[in-house]
Ligand binder design. Structure first.
Ligand code: ATP
Length: 254
C-alpha cells in the first residue's frame, strides 16, 4: 500500500493567545504539494495572523507549523525562507526609489537568504540580473525595468512583488491579498499571472483574498476563517453551499 504524499504545509492545531485575547484557536489543515488554497473570512477573522504564524512573524502559543515535513514552529523567518517559503504582504514592500529591475535583482540575490552569507553561494550580480529580467518578463513588465518602482500603478507594483517572490524560487508561496488596492481593470491580468505561476512552477500556494470571484476562480480548495477558527476547508462549490459559511458571511451567529 502506498503512503499518502507528504503535505507541503501542515498547520497542526495552531493557536495564538495574546494577553487574555484568543486570536486563533486550534487551526488545523494540510496543503498538498502543488495545491492552491484560498483563505477567506470576514475582517478580523484571523487570516493575516494565520499567515504570520506560518511565515514566522509570530509564534503560535499552541500547535505546530510543518513545512515539507519539517517542524518549523520555532524557526526564524529567514530559516523558513531558506526552507522554500515565500510571502507577499498586504502593503507594498518595494523600494520606491529603486528601479523595478533593481528591486527584483535584490530579491534574486537574497534567494533563500543566500546573499547574507558567502557560505550560502550567493548569486553573482550578473546571474541575479539575468534571473531578475527573466522573472520580470514572466509578469509582463520587462519594458518597465528602468522605471522607479514608486512611479508604477498599483497593479504593476503587485506584479513586481510577484516577480520578486518568484526570483527567490520558493516552493510554498503565501499571497496576502494580492488584489488589494488594485484597479478592477488590472485584476484579470494579475489573476492570470498567479494562475500561470502556479501551473508553470508547480509551487504550492496559500492565498488570502477578499475578491471572492478571484479566489473561487483560481483555487483548488477554500479555507474559511471566522472568529479565529477554521470554519470549513473544501472545494469552492462545497464551501459556498455550506450553511455554516453562509451564516458567517451574513453575520449571523455560528
Ligand atoms: N498583536 C495583536 N494583539 C491583539 N490583537 C490582535 C493582534 N493581532 C491581531 N489581533 C486581533 O486578532 C484578530 C484577527 O486579526 P487579523 O488581522 O488576523 O484578521 P484578518 O482576518 O486578517 O482581517 P482583515 O481581513 O481585516 O485583514 C483581530 O480581531 C485583531 O484585532
Amino acid at each position: 500500500m502506498s503512503s499518502p504524499a507528504r503535505p507541503a504545509l501542515a498547520v497542526d492545531g495552531a493557536g495564538l493567545k495574546i494577553g487574555g485575547a484568543r486570536i486563533l484557536e486550534d487551526v488545523r489543515f494540510e496543503v498538498a504539494a502543488g495545491e492552491m488554497v484560498g483563505v477567506i473570512g470576514p475582517n478580523g477573522a484571523g487570516k493575516t495572523t494565520l499567515f504570520n504564524l506560518i511565515s514566522g512573524v509570530l509564534r503560535p502559543t499552541e500547535g505546530r507549523i510543518v513545512l515539507g515535513g519539517a517542524d518549523v514552529t520555532g524557526a526564524s523567518i529567514h530559516a523558513r525562507a531558506r526552507a522554500g517559503l515565500g510571502r507577499t504582504f498586504q502593503t507594498s514592500s518595494l523600494f520606491p526609489q529603486l528601479s523595478v529591475l533593481e528591486n527584483v535583482r535584490l530579491a534574486a540575490q537574497a534567494r533563500r537568504g543566500g546573499s547574507l552569507s558567502v557560505l550560502k553561494f550567493p548569486r553573482s550580480a550578473d546571474e541575479a540580473t539575468r534571473v531578475a529580467r527573466e522573472n520580470l518578463a514572466e509578469v509582463g513588465l520587462q519594458d518597465k525595468a528602468a522605471t522607479a518602482a514608486g512611479d508604477l500603478a498599483h497593479g504593476d507594483k503587485r506584479k513586481v512583488e510577484i516577480a520578486m517572490l518568484l526570483a527567490a524560487d520558493p516552493s510554498v508561496i503565501l499571497l496576502d491579498e494580492p488584489m488589494a488596492g488594485v484597479a478592477s481593470g488590472d485584476v484579470p491580468s494579475l489573476s492570470a499571472i498567479i494562475r500561470r505561476m502556479h501551473r508553470d512552477r508547480g509551487c504550492t500556494v496559500l492565498m488570502v483574498e477578499h475578491h471572492m470571484d478571484v479566489v473561487l476562480g483560481l483555487v483548488d480548495r477554500v479555507a474559511v476563517m471566522h472568529h479565529g477558527k477554521l470554519l470549513a476547508i473544501d472545494t469552492p462549490d462545497a464551501v459556498m453551499a455550506n450553511p455554516t459559511v453562509q451564516s458567517a458571511y451574513l453575520g449571523e451567529p455560528v
